[in-house]
Design a protein around this ligand. Structure first.
Ligand code: SAM
Ligand code: SF4
Length: 344
């Protein structure tokens, strides 16, 4: 179903369109900056998290998301930090699911590390969640410990089992890490596709300070794709989920394989999304620092006029794209914030 007629929505309000004609139809909302893992490419081990009082309440998050839905957002992805570690997170899913019922929202989904899925999979399905992304970079227990520092692979695999049992479609996201999980790409593909799950490889992005050097983690996916051709036939397909991945079908497994290549192939031209942090800061681009504070207008008035005006002003300055670089001469991260602030 389509919600728009020209630039006018069911809500009667005009859609949010940026200066490059891209309609904002997808928001990613980080509901917490906290996490029960400490993935080496995402966080340092001794992270300082925000005081809980700075976070938007669920009522505020709902109001903010609903304002975007009224202005044309069709897809909401809940992320973090680890979204499922925020206490009573299901109350947010339950309240947002009303927009699925009315048809204003096409998809409500989440990105998770899977650690709490065993507990929440059925409740997510009951809230109308149909597809989820689970991040998993390795199937080896010791490596999993090394990458996540605090994670337990068995718990994540049990979570994936529970999610499939609840009827959720799963896409596995794996970050390609040089000299680390390179030898597992073929087994990961066979495993994911063997269980009926899509798999997407992601290039590591220079976001936030981590322990160690980015350049030591970075593996261009162009190289990965070329290596996979030794084992598989990869057929280009015309499949899009509204995200930045480009997909191929692996002929031997008949499964879908995606590549998210912010560095080797900039994916900004079709960007339809913005990101909101757990404190209500709106980032118009994953790889740029410009941001708008939506918490202040949200708290200043019980009607949405101030909020909508600030949303409009922010979208009017959404940049054309990011300019991520990882090489020996570029030591500083492209942006100082960690991926866990905006949720990927
Ligand atoms: N905790 C959840 C998870 O891990 O799925 C959601 C938040 S996490 C920040 C979202 C995604 O960002 C994960 O798939 C993770 O692998 C990815 N990620 C984190 N830091 C990254 C980086 N520097 N470069 C590329 N991907 C990164
Ligand atoms: Fe946590 Fe996800 Fe970051 Fe790993 S990638 S530390 S699971 S937020």
């Amino acid at each position: 179903m389509t919600q728009t007629s020209g630039n006018s929505l069911i809500s009667g309000r005009p859609a949010l369109v940026d200066p490059f004609g891209r309609q904002i139809s997808y928001i990613r909302v980080s509901v917490t900056d906290r996490c029960d893992f400490r993935c080496v490419y995402c966080m340092s081990e001794d992270m300082t998290f925000l005081p809980k009082r700075d976070l938007l309440t669920f009522e505020e998050l709902d109001r903010l998301c609903s304002a975007f839905v009224n202005r044309g957002t069709r897809k909401i992805r809940i992320s973090g930090g680890e979204p499922l570690v925020r206490r009573d997170i299901m109350s947010l899913f339950r309240s947002l699911s009303r927009h699925l019922t009315t048809g204003a929202l096409e998809e409500l989904t989440l990105t998770t590390n899977g650690s709490q899925l065993e507990r929440y999979a059925q409740q997510l399905a009951d809230c109308g969640v149909r597809r989820i992304n689970v991040s998993l970079d390795t199937l080896m227990e010791d490596r999993f410990k090394t990458i996540t520092r605090w994670g337990d692979l068995k718990q994540v695999l049990a979570g994936i089992d529970a999610a499939q049992k609840a009827g959720l479609q799963i896409k596995i996201n794996a970050v390609a890490l040089k000299d680390f999980n390179e030898d597992e790409f073929v087994p990961l593909i066979r495993w994911a596709h063997g269980r009926g799950m899509d798999l997407t490889f992601i290039e590591v992005m220079p976001m936030g300070e981590v322990d160690g050097q980015r350049v030591d983690q970075y593996l261009p996916l162009s190289q990965v794709k070329a290596q996979l051709l030794d084992t598989f036939h990869l057929d280009d397909i015309d499949y899009a989920t509204g995200g930045p991945a480009r997909y191929v079908r692996v002929r031997e497994t008949q499964g879908r394989l995606g590549f998210i290549t912010p560095l080797t192939h900039n994916f900004c031209e079709g960007c339809n999304r913005v990101r909101i942090t757990c404190t209500g800061t709106l980032y118009m681009c994953l790889g740029q620092d410009d941001a708008a504070d939506l918490r202040a207008p949200l708290r200043a008035s019980s009607t949405d006029d101030l909020l909508l005006a600030e949303m409009e002003r922010a979208i009017a300055r959404k940049p054309k794209g990011h300019d991520f670089v990882i090489d020996r001469t570029t030591q500083a991260p492209a942006v100082m914030r960690h991926m866990s602030v905006t949720g990927g």
